[in-house]
Design a protein around this ligand. Structure first.
Ligand code: LRH
Ligand code: MN
Length: 383
């Protein structure tokens, strides 16, 4: 089984997955949860130490604000990871009730733009090159505001942020069908994000969050189309049964994840030079967070490994010959192939544990964290 295609493949994990999280009904707390960005990065580094797959950690501003960014950067590098995308936060201020970058009030739009300029400054100190922009902006009632007017304001605000990017920096523009707005979101779909990116310039690309589509959406088609436009900047991987559930990627629909990775492999976008940033965006509301993250990166690797087994030549022949069942069977053969033993062998060859979850549970890391992190305030989604 040739899994060389996995060489150089890496996944970026989110700092917020290591803090407490929940729903509007309850945010559960567990012992040993990080109390600050340093401890979040330490936990993320443990995932990388055991899987060799997760060398970057995304930050969220202001949740991960620190006094000394270069010190946090040093802490990350001392633990074998680097700081990845910086996420802006436009969903926790009263000023943004009627929107942020789309708000009718120019002063509020200015405030939201300035927040991004602050994020770009953080990136210059952490060595990050990606700023991820997700807008909670939208409407709850028809007529509440001008759909077109909001697009014009959005384009103007994004232009102000885009023009402040350094040459090596990228804007990752995320879309979402609904929530927190329930009539219309100002960036509801890939088409709207792409249109704004094309209007802005080459340094603007689309983020595809797998939980942000209408049920039944053919997400791999969107992946293919964004790759064709060379505007797929990143994924926010997670899975869902109904809404934006932010569950462990591949847990709800492993076949969908495989189909997505099949489009990635077909375009060679799994290779580092593609610059597609494979990120997780998840919350472990009830399960152990570090084992949950380990399971997540292994699920992505497993889906990619299966996609790498697709006999592309035979597939192209079957497709050319109109061999409907033959072509489908070639894909299903790869999907149905159990790659777990081969991946465990590959880890062992690299000095990594065959079973990273078991290795973590046996390491005593969680018990030590629970003891060491007794006092203080635990990091919490939204805190
Ligand atoms: C919005 C979102 C976005 C992040 C947040 C943590 O639903 O997907 O990517 O800011 O989750
Ligand atoms: Mn997301």
């Amino acid at each position: 089984m040739n899994l060389d295609g996995l060489n150089g493949f890496s996944i970026e994990v989110p700092s917020w997955a290591y803090g407490n999280s929940g729903t509007r009904f309850k945010v559960f707390t567990t012992k040993g949860v990080p109390r600050n960005p340093y401890e979040k990065i330490s936990d993320a580094a443990e995932v990388n130490r055991l899987t060799g797959l997760a060398p970057r950690v995304s930050l969220h501003i202001p949740w991960d604000l620190v006094d000394d960014w270069s010190d946090l950067r040093r802490h990350a590098e001392d633990n074998g990871v680097s700081i990845g995308a910086v996420n802006s936060n436009l969903f926790q201020e009263d000023d943004y009730r009627l929107g942020s970058l789309c708000n009718p009030d120019p002063a509020v739009r200015r405030k939201a733009v300035d927040h991004h300029l602050q994020c770009l400054d953080v990136m210059r100190q952490t060595g990050s090159t990606d700023i991820k922009v997700w807008l909670p902006d939208g409407l709850n009632y028809p007529g509440q505001d001008s759909l077109r007017g909001r697009q014009e304001r959005l384009a103007e605000s994004l232009r102000a942020i885009y023009d402040a990017l350094d040459p090596d920096q990228r804007m990752l523009l995320e879309y979402k069908l609904f929530e927190p707005a329930f009539y219309s979101m100002d960036i509801p779909d890939w088409g709207t994000s792409l249109l704004h990116c094309l209007a802005l310039g080459e340094q603007a690309t689309v983020v595809l969050d797998t939980g942000h589509h209408a049920p039944g959406t053919n997400i791999e088609f969107i992946v293919m189309q964004l790759l064709r436009q060379n505007r797929l900047g990143a994924f926010d991987f997670n899975s869902r049964f109904y809404a934006d559930d932010d569950l462990i990627v591949g847990s709800a629909d492993p076949f969908q994840l495989f189909r997505i990775m099949s489009e990635i492999v077909a375009a060679g976008a799994h290779r580092p030079e593609s610059k597609v940033n494979f990120m997780l965006d998840q919350c472990h509301n009830i399960e152990e967070k570090i084992p949950g993250q380990i399971r997540s990166v292994l699920n992505v690797e497993q889906a990619l490994a299966k996609a790498l087994l697709i006999d592309q030549e035979a597939l192209a022949t079957a497709q050319r010959d109109g061999d409907v069942l033959g072509a489908n069977a070639i894909l299903m053969d790869a999907y149905e192939t159990d790659v777990r033993a081969a991946l465990a062998d590959r880890r062992e060859e690299r000095g990594l544990p065959r079973d990273p979850v078991a290795a973590f549970l046996a390491s005593g890391y969680a018990q030590k964290a629970a003891t060491d992190r007794a006092g203080g305030t635990q990091a919490s989604w939204g805190a």
